[in-house]
Design a protein around this ligand. Sequence first.
Ligand SMILES: [Fe+2]
Length: 366
Amino acid sequence: MKHFMPVRLCTGEHSVAENAELFQHCGSRCMIVTGKTSAVKSGALDDVAGVLKRCGIPYLVFDEISQNPSVDSCILAGHEAGDFGADFVVGIGGGSALDAAKAAAVFAANGGLDENGFYAKDWDADPLPILLVGTTAGTGSEVTKVSVLTDSKGRKHSIHDDRLFAAAAFGDPRYTMALPQPVTLSTGIDVLSHCAESWFNRKADEVSRAFAVRGIRLLYGPLLAAAEGRALSLEQRGQLYDASILGGLAICGTGTCFPHNVGYYLTERFGIPHGFASARFLPALLSLVREKEPAYTERFFRELDLSEDALLQLVSACLPYQKVRMTRDEIAAALPRWENNNSVRNTCCAVSTAEIQAILETLFTD
Ligand SMILES: [Fe+2]
């Protein structure tokens, strides 16, 4: 495996204001792509607008990005960016806004491109330069070449392309201070999934494993504190943010494995937030690898200096009670999506469709 992560990453307090030249290097007219609230509430939009004004860069805000963003909303953002004459895109928000900004940069540079052309990577022009400002500690999208969008049939797909790397990304933990507990937990548990799914991935190597282990070690204390209802300090928020970047670096090299992909189905079908949806399958992942790759699983917990019980307790402390019920017929009808699926195949041990069926039936049927 080759590691390639060409994003200039600025972390720490005031990292946006202290790196105004990175905005100037990207262009002279800016399209900001974001959601309705977090960019404003976090203070990130104010900081970005302040830098753009100081640099004399006109900007337009597109704030129509919702959770699990649709390709259509990205096409719309791309058209507005084109009409405005934007020559770079700034995404502000959690994973949804950052992934949407990457796609909007593609559509802005390729007027007339439709959903099929987007997924086929039939792009005549490179995307506009992209800057990303994170407001949650979870996605890792800041440092990946991945955009996860919902297509016109309501299905989540990830697209991976080197052209989707940001020119620069900013991780200021102050923006995450006011996050409500459910968002802290759903995004934090997503980091745990990224790190674990990277470790138990066929493509893992010593570099990705180092990112994954360090990510979980940084994450464990603050996430457990958040799950127990304690307020987090700026230092703890910074640890969560750094862990999210480490998780992003880990999956940048390996990708995720089956919990993420099966989790997409829970999100599509029941609206369960992404982080909670993937994490529902972490216990099943650990149980499978414990059985099929016991030595490798032992090494994981030894390097974490954590017991399996402790990690599972963290997962259950973060997951809210959400009653999800499916019929056996419904599960059987969904199974073809996991046949020959890359994420499932990337799990370090073989995982059959029958095993996914058994996992879903155990969790979600009476
Ligand atoms: Fe994720």
